[in-house]
Design a protein around this ligand. Structure first.
Ligand SMILES: Cc1cc2nc3c(=O)[nH]c(=O)nc-3n(C[C@H](O)[C@H](O)[C@H](O)COP(=O)(O)OP(=O)(O)OC[C@H]3O[C@@H](n4cnc5c(N)ncnc54)[C@H](O)[C@@H]3O)c2cc1C
Length: 282
C-alpha cells in the first residue's frame, strides 16, 4: 500500500474517491486490515473514514432511528436510544468480538463485510432496517436484504458509501431475543445465531413474531412460513415443535472447521426452544 487518505468532511471524501477510484474504504479496519495482512486484498490506497463525524452517532428523525454507518459497536452499546429502543441490536453487539474490536469496528463495516456470521445482521433484518447509500451525486435507500447479495457481496457501486442505517421507530416488541452459539463464549465467530422479535397475547399465544438466522446459509435467512405457522400458536413445546422441524428442513448450512452442516441444522431449529423462557407462567 502506498498511501492512506483521511478525510474529515464529506466534500473531501468525494474528492478523494474521484481522484483515487481504485482506493478501498476503511472504517474501523477490523475486517479490512486482516485481509490486507493476509494479502487477500492489496489496495494501493486506503481512504480512512474514521474522522467523518457526520457519519457517526444515533438520532431520531421523522419517526425513524438513524444510525451513522461509522458508529462503533462500543458507541452503540452505550447509546441510550439503542439501549431503550433497539435492545436486540445491543444484545448482538454485546458479544461481538472483544473490547478492542468493539472500540474500532463499526456497524457499517459489519454490514458491508456481509458475512453470514455478521452478528448485527439478523437483528437488522427483522428490524426491517433500510440503508442509505450515498455518492457525490446521488442518494438511495435500500432494504438491508436487497443490499446484501451473498457472502462478501453487496449492492455498492463505484463511488458509493453506506452512510446511514434507518430503523422505523414502530418496531416495538415485548420480546427482543438474540442468541449466538459459538465454539467459546468470547471472541467466537457464530456457528449459528438467531434473532427474534415477538409479542405474546395474554392467553400465551404468539401474536406476532419475526425471526432471522445467521450462519446457516449464504446470507441471513428468514422463513415467512415459519412465522405464519407460529402466529396464533401457544408458546409451549407442543405449540412450536412443527416450526422447529420446518426450520431444520429450510436452512441450508455448510460444514466448515467450526461445525458440521447437520449440527448447524439441528441447533438452528432448537434455538426456538429458548423463546419458551418468555412464556407466561400462568
Ligand atoms: C478478532 C476479531 C474478532 C471478530 N469478531 C466478530 C464477531 O464476533 N462478530 C462479528 O460480526 N464480527 C466480528 N469480527 C469482524 C469485524 O470486527 C466486524 O465485522 C466489524 O463490524 C467490521 O467493521 P469495521 O469498521 O472494522 O470494518 P472495516 O474492516 O473497516 O471494513 C470492512 C469492509 O467494509 C467496507 N466499509 C466499511 N465501512 C463502509 C462504509 N461506510 N461504506 C462503504 N463501505 C464500507 C470496507 O471497504 C471493507 O470492505 C471480528 C474481527 C476480528 C479481527
Amino acid at each position: 500500500m502506498s498511501h492512506a487518505l483521511v478525510p474529515t468532511k464529506l466534500e473531501e471524501l468525494w474528492a478523494y474517491i474521484a481522484e483515487n477510484p481504485e482506493a478501498m474504504l476503511c472504517a474501523g479496519g477490523t475486517d479490512l486490515l486482516v485481509k490486507i495482512r493476509s494479502r487477500s486484498v492489496t489496495p494501493d490506497c486506503l481512504i480512512c473514514l474514521e474522522r467523518l463525524d457526520d457519519l457517526k452517532g444515533v438520532r431520531f428523525e421523522a419517526g425513524e432511528i438513524i444510525i451513522g454507518a461509522l458508529t462503533t459497536h462500543r458507541e452503540l452499546l452505550h447509546d441510550p436510544i439503542v439501549q431503550r429502543d433497539l435492545s436486540i441490536l445491543a444484545s448482538a453487539v454485546q458479544n461481538l468480538g472483544s473490547p478492542p474490536i468493539r472500540n474500532m469496528g463499526t456497524l457499517g463495516g459489519n454490514i458491508v463485510t456481509a458475512s453470514p456470521a455478521g452478528d448485527t445482521l439478523a437483528p437488522l433484518y427483522i428490524l426491517k432496517a433500510r440503508l442509505k447509500i450515498r455518492s457525490k451525486e446521488s442518494s438511495r435507500s435500500v432494504p438491508i436484504e436487497s443490499f446484501i447479495l451473498g457472502p462478501g457481496k453487496v449492492d455498492l457501486r463505484a463511488g458509493e458509501i453506506l452512510s446511514e442505517i434507518a430503523i422505523n421507530q414502530d418496531s416495538r416488541f415485548t420480546v427482543n431475543h438474540f442468541e449466538k452459539v459459538g465454539r467459546r463464549n468470547a471472541l467466537a465467530c457464530s456457528v449459528v445465531s438467531m434473532a427474534a422479535l415477538m409479542n405474546i397475547a395474554e392467553d400465551n399465544t404468539i401474536s406476532e413474531i419475526r425471526l432471522a438466522w445467521g450462519s446457516v446459509g449464504p446470507t441471513i435467512m428468514r422463513f415467512g412460513d415459519v412465522e405464519r405457522l407460529l402466529e396464533g400458536r401457544q408458546l409451549t413445546v407442543r405449540g412450536i415443535e412443527d416450526a422447529i422441524r420446518k426450520v431444520q428442513q429450510s436452512v441450508s448450512p455448510i460444514a466448515d472447521t467450526r461445525a458440521s452442516a447437520d449440527y448447524r441444522r439441528d441447533v438452528a431449529g432448537r434455538l426456538l426452544l429458548r423463546l419458551l423462557s418468555y412464556a407466561s407462567s400462568r
